[in-house]
Design a protein around this ligand. Sequence first.
Ligand code: NAD
Ligand code: NA
Length: 395
Amino acid sequence: MIIQPHIQGCVARNCHPLGCRAAVHEQIERVRATGTFAGPKRVLVIGASSGFGLASRIALTFGSGADTIGISLERGPSEKGLGSAGWYNNIWFREAAEEEGRVALNLIGDAFSDSMRQQSIMAIRERLGQVDLVVYSLASALRILPDGTQVRSVLKSTGSPFSGLGYDLEHDALIPQSLDPASEQEIRDTVSVMGGEDWQIWMQALAEAGCLAHGAQTVAYSYIGPESTYPLYRDGTIGYAKEHLHASAEAINLQLAGMGGHAWVAVCKALVTKASAFIPVLPVYLAVLMQVMKERGTHEGCIEQMMRLFGDKMYGGRGVLADGHRLIRMDDWELDPHTQAAVAALWARVTPENFRTLGDFTGLRRDFLALNGFGLAGVDYQAPLEPSSLLALHP
Ligand code: NAD
Ligand code: NA
């Protein structure tokens, strides 16, 4: 079969398995070109199959020689289709890491569940002994609580509605989008799914099971953004969840104090991922930001952000470079005042007619397609792919 990209709204409905391999290898090559750092050797990555979690795993394995266990919720090939990009990312990452002699175990299932925590604890004992770092990088719309209750996160504003131009990836057009104000229950539910409660449960379980090495650290990922995006992010439901995540870092830090451990939040820059493409209006800001940061030479992708996080700000030999609130500011270049002034000026001029000439929508589309294995150099997209060869691949 020949696979063409199928985008619906802002969701990719398929992926190209061999393109996913090229994308994973591209990230590995960028790490190799950057050089090594003296980082952790045994790492658990929760949310390891795409976006920041995958980039973390690649940076740590190929930059610091880390053995890793990665948890993700992904779909393999079935009657319904070839499976998700993250499914293949796991496979290609493991193959490349094992070629280097590294442990790279993939656990597929619900990271919010106690059974996944137990499975991970057993795997850590068996394969790594203990871990020196836990990366928490989940992005999810659903959390199933231990009692079976399903809680859903929503992307809404709070207080008053917010509207603006959004980007329709399917039709390459700008369209009006709006965020309705969330109810109190919706805010609480989003905090339950995307806040820090589950992160804290993980760290408690790992500590009690003796899986954390002395001095172990943990980091979760957050976003704050410039004031111009506050109505749709920081002051929206997701912003409340991130606020909770930040507070959880303080609580987890205290929890780890007895064993010399620390908890941090890395506040990352806005980037195209499966999760961020889904946030109303934000992709227009993203395209304008990409335009400006590329012009200024400060643009970074997921892998560059994670190399700078681990290689410089966490394990660069100067201790962890965080502010007084346990936040590691990886959004420093995004929030640079000159950058933001240029972004604001451009963003104000964007219309459904001129957007392609003002923002880097071409780059945004290219990055989005690449997340799903499309448009990568060196891949023969005309060569038919034999679905049965994919069934033989295992995470
Ligand atoms: P992503 O969608 O690329 O990755 C999410 C990961 O979580 C995947 O590996 C997926 O398999 C896993 N996952 C989801 N639900 C799961 C479940 N129930 N059980 C196990 N695994 C599950 O998203 P991302 O953009 O890399 O987001 C990761 C974190 O980074 C989020 O906290 C996000 O808010 C944060 N962040 C993102 C941006 C951005 O611009 N993309 C910026 C700053 C911070
Ligand atoms: Na991730």
